[in-house]
Write a protein that binds this ligand. Structure first.
Ligand code: NAP
Length: 255
């Protein structure tokens, strides 16, 4: 058995058209997986598919808004039609609205929860019959340092990312008998469009992240590829319900 070989496997990566999702998709493609890039922005998706196709695997774009369960069902059906099945789901799509807790409207709260928590559950729920029919599979969810720490400017975001860890454990426990492993990656501060927005909103963020991170740098999307490949490959066949921080030491260090 090849521990880190994904040839013959098909992965759906939500939010795979940029940032962390594309970093992970590239890592899985380099290991041989065919990739369905699932997101909303068609131009970004087209560019990501071109990039992944250049790595010698089959790559397709499938449209999805993860706040819509019907679109999620179609995402899975389109991926199966295009690539012949699904073995791996990376439930990565996510967003934040940055403000103090007392200033959120309930609609803003719901937008974050529907995208980051309900959306992850709905993707796992929709892909489960496919994985079960294949005799097993892998699901990777994406938490955050806010799965562990509170965030004054992101109460709903932190609530969803804490919830993703507990959802991961629950699905892992329920679907172990189906040979489906479910694990979570907790990224530290990674340089993406999401955090570029945060940097604009918080001028001192750039230097505080570097200062607070023992490895003294921001993470890059490709830093997530190794952990994701481990969780998506045979190497992790007896690993389920876990969370792995990819954070340059952030969560291990008081200062
Ligand atoms: N960057 C960090 O430091 C960091 C740290 C911890 C955790 N994370 C998590 O990592 C994941 C990726 O974040 P990122 O930093 O790579 O952010 P990003 O660059 O903003 O990418 C977010 C991705 O999610 C997709 N997306 C957002 N809302 C969606 C929706 N409703 N339906 C479908 N796709 C949607 C976006 O594509 P479209 O706009 O085309 O739909 C995009 O591909 C998120 O779950 C985030 O919370 C990030």
């Amino acid at each position: 058995m090849e521990l880190f070989d994904l040839h013959g496997k098909v992965a759906i990566v939500t939010g795979g058209n940029g940032g962390i999702g594309l970093g992970i998709a590239r890592g899985l493609a380099q290991a041989g997986a065919d990739i369905a890039v699932a997101a909303r922005n068609p131009d970004k998706t087209r560019m990501a598919v071109e990039q992944l196709g250049g790595l010698g695997v089959r790559a397709v774009g499938v449209h999805v808004d993860v706040t819509d369960a019907t679109q999620i069902q179609k995402m899975v059906a389109d991926s199966v039609d295009a690539l012949g099945g699904v073995d791996i789901l990376v439930a990565n799509a996510g967003m934040s609205i940055r403000k103090r807790p007392e200033t959120y409207s309930i609609d803003e709260w719901s937008t974050v929860v529907t995208t980051n928590l309900t959306g992850v559950f709905a993707c796992c729920h929709a892909v489960y019959p496919q994985l079960k029919a294949r005799g097993g599979g892998k699901i990777v969810t994406i938490g955050s340092m806010t799965s562990i720490f509170g965030l004054d400017m992101g109460a709903p975001y932190a609530a969803t990312k804490g919830g993703v860890v507990q959802l991961t454990r629950s699905l892992a426990s329920a679907w172990a008998r189906d040979n489906i492993q479910v694990n979570c990656i907790l990224p530290g501060w990674i340089d993406t469009e999401l955090t570029q927005g945060a940097r604009r909103a918080m001028p001192r963020l750039d230097e505080s992240v570097v200062d607070r991170t023992p490895q003294k740098r921001w993470g890059r999307p490709e830093d997530l590829a190794g952990a994701a490949l481990f969780y998506c490959a045979a190497a992790s066949d007896f690993v389920t319900g876990t969370s792995l921080a990819v954070d340059g030491g952030f969560s291990s260090s008081m200062f």
